[in-house]
Design a protein around this ligand. Structure first.
Ligand SMILES: CC(C)(COP(=O)(O)OP(=O)(O)OC[C@H]1O[C@@H](n2cnc3c(N)ncnc32)[C@H](O)[C@@H]1OP(=O)(O)O)[C@@H](O)C(=O)NCCC(=O)NCCS
Length: 224
């Protein structure tokens, strides 16, 4: 074994990614950030009677909530591989931690496609942050990782999420049913292509090249 000593970010580049646009910064989630996010989510993400998530993670009992939140993020790291990865980023607005914005992919090197998902702490909702953070991530995905399609899906009664998709430039792309509570609910599907993106303010990006190499995309880097 040669002495090849690395930092955490050298070994796992998603943690070193930083994308800024105007007042919003999206950044990799280390353990300190993950527990801060767990505390933010524990303060509330949605009214108790309106579940916005396909997997109702916010219903975890208080004694298990933080550790299950951490286990979810540890699981994303443990499974992160070139052909199936989820990049979940912490969102800061004017420096304050407000939520997460992510994308999940399968067979990305063939499909060039992925699906976005996000949440904000209740007290940070309805101020335009959700729209800006999604525009920012999508611009990064198209510009720096070579995405050709981004999809999203929201329960039909989740007004804010549906409106964010439209405000970012996604087009309606049908509906499907998903299990919800004891029954089912309609999900609206959306599709975004690079030409339709309503762009955020100019992006400033750190850590894209190591991430592209980690994803097996170095030779395909549009700007690299
Ligand atoms: C979905 C979410 C990320 C959107 O972020 P946000 O910052 O609240 O949304 P914005 O302030 O950017 O608003 C986007 C649009 O939704 C509208 N909107 C926001 N909250 C609303 C509400 N409670 N009721 C009706 N409309 C709402 C805004 O007026 C705006 O509409 P416009 O583009 O026509 O002007 C955020 O509300 C959230 O975290 N919700 C709970 C978790 C969730 O639903 N995640 C997505 C699961 S699919």
């Amino acid at each position: 074994m040669t002495a090849d000593h690395r930092t955490l970010v050298d070994a796992y580049p998603p943690i070193g990614l930083r994308i800024s646009a105007g007042p919003v910064e999206l950044g990799g989630i280390d353990d300190d950030t993950a527990i801060e996010l767990a505390n933010l989510a524990a303060d509330g993400v949605h009214p108790p009677d309106r579940m916005p998530f396909l997997h109702p993670w916010t219903l975890t009992t208080p004694d298990r909530f933080h550790v299950e939140f951490l286990r979810y993020h540890w699981g994303l790291r443990a499974r992160f591989a070139p052909d199936a990865w989820s990049l979940d980023l912490a969102v800061r607005h004017d420096g304050e931690l407000v939520g997460t914005q992510g994308v999940v992919t399968n067979d990305f090197r063939r499909t060039r496609a992925g699906e976005t998902g996000s949440w904000l702490g209740l007290r940070h909702q309805g101020r335009g942050i959700g729209t800006l953070m999604r525009r920012t991530l999508c611009a990064f995905l198209f510009d720096e990782l070579g995405f050709e399609q981004v999809t999203s899906s929201a329960f039909a009664d989740n007004v804010a999420s549906n409106r964010v998709s439209l405000a970012v430039g996604y087009r309606p792309n049908g509906t499907h049913r998903s299990a919800r509570g004891e029954g089912w609910a309609t999900n609206n599907d959306y599709l975004l292509t690079p030409d339709a993106l309503v762009r955020p303010p100019a992006l400033s990006v750190q850590g894209a090249e190591p991430l592209r190499r980690f994803l097996g995309l170095a030779e395909a880097a549009p700007n690299g």
